[in-house]
Design a protein around this ligand. Sequence first.
Ligand code: NAD
Length: 354
Amino acid sequence: MKKTYAVTLIPGDGIGPELVETVKRVIEGTGVRINWETVDAGEDAIAKHGTPLPDSALESVKKNKVALKGPITTPIGTGFRSVNVALRKSLNLYACLRPCKSYPGVKSHFPAIDLVIVRENTEDLYAGVEYLNSSAGAQEIIKMSQGKINPDANISIKPISRTATEKIAKFAFEFAVKNGRKKVTSVSKANIMKFTDGLFYEVCRETAKKYPKIQYEERLVDNMCMQLVQKPELYDVLVLPNLYGDIISDLCAGLVGGLGVAPGANFGDDCALFEAVHGSAPKYKGMNKTNPTALLLSAKMMLSHIGETEVANRLEEAITRVIKEGKQTTYDLGGNAGTREMGDVILKKFHSLS
Ligand code: NAD
């Protein structure tokens, strides 16, 4: 009997529900049996549950250990800086994986990019430790800085710990080994932030020694940006602290043709959550217009993760061919197909590859 997998489904906000619906239909069409447990999170959850991140959503992911998620709008005035950040923190999804690959047919100046971004997900300036100038915390820090900080500054704290860096560095090297990758580049700004980014390099260097078959190198983040827009094909796996990882992932998504084709996944020791890099694009909500590729490629990563590797690879091949043929793609890829229609064409292509 075919195995049935239990997966939490978070439709999210804006274009999320229509993308999730299309992706769900494609996955079901591949023959993989999934028992989807749909849960609320995001703007619409506020009216129903009084919070954009109900415990029921977290409990479902903890139970099923795998989730597929549409984008969630960051609501203003709820006490949540970002529901997405809160979700990753609550589930300790410490590693964010974002493959950036050139697909023939997507308009881009770089036809040969195949790199993977491994972003630390739990600390750095994203930790959300901030002090208003009027607070006792800010005043204390200003005093301790002995004139280095202007007296009228608001302050954000940037924690980088050995523990979290060890986990993300190990994740990056293990990923490289398991996926036949050759090189890991650690990205930081350790010449200026000697203690925090310095520690990030130090731990990555120590970790690299345990993986002698993987080449290791370091790049300062400013130089990395320049290198990526000049010769991105030289890079393989990049490992970065949270903020640089966020910025460089959008830069790399731009290099390979935009947010419509940029997938992602978040991993912890127990759970994995798969989502596109893009947000909820509210202006396109309900228009059946946006590209399902980014979420479909995220679902492809999910299929690999649960062990359905053959289906995952065939699905990626179907997506690649549909994009290359360029006839039935969404607006951002130069076509005029809708979200649903592009999903249907991909599924048809999938079956033609059987
Ligand atoms: P966005 O990614 O939602 O949209 C920016 C633009 O990118 C869109 O206007 C559209 O032109 C294009 N785009 C995005 N997805 C596309 C797709 N699938 N196909 C074709 N084109 C696409 O970014 P934003 O407008 O800055 O953010 C909107 C909301 O989403 C905000 O509330 C933000 O906080 C949230 N957000 C959520 C996530 C997440 O859930 N992981 C990620 C980023 C942003």
